[in-house]
Write a protein that binds this ligand. Structure first.
Ligand SMILES: [Zn+2]
Ligand SMILES: [Zn+2]
Length: 567
């Protein structure tokens, strides 16, 4: 126990006393003593009982508490309070901006006992409606919960990307005499990153190691490290770091094996040997040569997951993967007509300025009242504005779309004549997310069967690291999309990346096209397209199977043709 930890425990004790309605005078005196101890420039561990009593607010009972803390790292009252407090409540108490009084309301009035339940309650808006909370507090809680989730040693690729890249650059610089590679999850562009993994090839490891040892950004944990593998944690963010050292002549085969997922290494590269066994032979001078020498098509790093890619490579079926530059337009975007930050004009002009040929606007439909969903009159008004902008911005084109809520029974959110007025419709579930697999699948199937559905939006509703999606029978859904010629979205928002890349190949094999949609709620939202491309590539997505790789004329024809078929 040290000074800081002791104060932390005391603080927890005070919070719990408040939570459980203990004597307010006692709470207040403890609180003022804590403040004094926090401000004083002394080490509490070194003070005698006598010296303690001289601190403002420290009376007899608190001296006893501190004594207990020093000896047992706790005190009886704290143990008692912990006993009657659910673990989730303790977690909620740690959330910034939520004092014991508010936590008590959440617990006793709303029955919330976990951070998960708290997030649900915030997302459904119940918290904002509770006395003493309001919209703003609810928003803060959501943000803090997100923050917490993203800090729990796991990161969204997009969130950690800048930190990771900066770290990689520094390590490369520090160990400049060594060969350097980023390996592991990040090299494979995984949607979630839990480890920053690097490989250094050097015949002078001592020099590199001493430089790395002095590197202040990382807390090395030498109890968990070996001579060739160092582990630690980045100080700036809760990110685990691993550095592997090898001799220069081992660099290439090490890089191949540390980049790949286990499933890839164990995949049969021939009738008799696995990829791992082939790698061990070390009879190649480059990655390209490794593959060609083993009669395999080159497998891009992001695909080395053990997801059937080795079989494809053996059959020469690894396709040319989609690239950023293949995308010709941006579908599924919001404007100030619903819950977007920028106006339709701003969204359109920015899209055009980025070099795209078209924009698909898809504001929320009327049931999404929480997101300013569009009543029918507003739809008409938007269509008018789009017509005017299209004249002005030609040949650039805005396509009239809507993100239609899929209602509880699977129907769409407007009467037929209104649905018919759109160029395309993204159908998405936004409410009643708590469904079992049968109900969720049936609901989506009905929406897919609706001839006005062009694109199935974020199919599972998941928010990575935050909320599991509702369970769906992926094959049934994809098969239905194939039958109805419905496109499936890869929602490129880094929180979503939904459809999951693991289903991309199945979808393509059934002839289902995918759309890389940023679901932008502001101009900068377009930048998320990149993450959709990354996961699309992981799933083997090609330009040919990407809806928004179509040119303006091609996609206009695609929309028109679909509409013409509706009876
Ligand atoms: Zn949506
Ligand atoms: Zn949307």
């Amino acid at each position: 126990m040290d000074h800081k930890t002791l104060l932390k425990k005391l603080k927890l004790g005070i919070q719990l006393m408040e939570l459980h309605d203990e004597n307010p005078f006692k709470i207040r005196s403890y609180q003022s003593a804590l403040t004094a101890m926090d401000r004083g420039d002394f080490d509490i561990m070194e003070l005698s009982d006598d010296q303690l009593t001289q601190i403002n607010g420290v009376g007899k009972s608190l001296v006893e508490v501190i004594k207990n803390l020093k000896e047992t790292e706790s005190f009886p009252a704290l143990d008692e309070l912990l006993e009657k407090t659910p673990e989730g409540i303790l977690e909620i108490l740690q959330i910034k901006g939520l004092g014991p009084k508010k936590v008590k309301v959440l617990w006793q009035e709303l029955g919330i006992t976990s951070t998960h339940e708290l997030m649900e309650a915030c997302q459904s808006g119940i918290v904002a409606k509770t006395k003493g909370f309001g919209e703003k507090t609810q928003e803060t809680i959501i943000q803090n919960l997100e923050f917490k989730a993203s800090n729990a040693d796991k990161w969204l690729f997009a969130d950690i990307e800048p930190v990771f890249e900066a770290l990689a650059e520094k390590i490369q610089k520090i160990s400049s005499s060594a060969q350097f590679a980023i390996v592991g999850e990040y090299a494979r562009k995984m949607e979630i990153i839990s480890l920053a993994h690097f490989l250094l090839g050097t015949n002078n490891p001592e020099k590199v190691k001493s430089a790395l040892k002095a590197f202040e950004d990382i807390d090395w944990d030498f109890t968990k490290s070996g001579p060739n593998t160092w582990r630690g944690k980045l100080k700036e963010a809760d990110l685990h770091v691993r550095v592997d050292f090898c001799a220069e002549e081992d660099f290439l085969w090490k890089k191949l094996s540390l980049t790949a997922a286990k499933g890839h290494l164990l995949s049969p590269a021939s009738d008799t040997e696995t990829i791992a066994e082939k790698i061990q032979k070390k009879d190649y001078q480059s990655e390209e040569e490794f593959f060609s020498k083993n009669d395999l098509q080159f497998i891009p790093a992001e695909m080395r997951e053990g997801f059937g890619e080795v079989t494809l490579a053996r059959e020469n079926k690894i396709p040319q993967l989609l690239e950023d530059k293949d995308l010709k337009g941006i579908l599924h975007n919001h404007s100030t007509y619903s819950d977007g930050k920028h106006s339709l004009r701003q969204m359109a002009e920015h899209c055009k300025a980025l070099g795209y040929e078209y924009l698909g606007i898809a504001d929320h439909s009327r049931t999404a009242t929480y997101a300013g969903g569009l009543e029918i009159e507003k739809v008409l008004k938007q269509h008018q504005e789009i017509d005017e902008l299209n004249k002005e911005l030609a040949p650039f084109r805005i396509f009239k779309g809507i993100e239609s809520d899929i209602l509880g029974d699977g129907s769409l959110d407007y009467p037929k004549d209104v649905l018919a007025s759109f160029d395309f419709i993204v159908s998405s579930v936004h409410s009643i997310l708590n469904m079992d697999v049968n109900r969720a699948t049936d609901r989506l199937l009905r929406a897919i069967a609706n001839p006005y559905t062009t694109i199935l939006g974020h199919p599972t509703g998941r928010l990575l690291l935050r909320r599991e999606g509702y369970p769906i029978d992926h094959k049934t859904i994809i098969d239905a999309c194939a039958a109805q010629n419905v496109v499936i979205e890869i929602n490129a928002n880094p929180w979503r990346l939904d459809l999951d890349w693991r289903w991309v190949r199945y979808a393509m094999d059934q002839g289902v096209k995918l759309a890389i949609n940023p679901d932008a709620h502001e101009m900068d939202g377009y930048l998320d397209m990149k993450y959709g491309v990354l996961v699309g590539r992981k799933g083997g997505l090609t330009k040919e199977m990407t809806l928004n790789a179509l040119s303006r004329e091609e996609i206009a024809a695609f929309f028109a043709e679909r509409k013409a078929k509706i009876k």
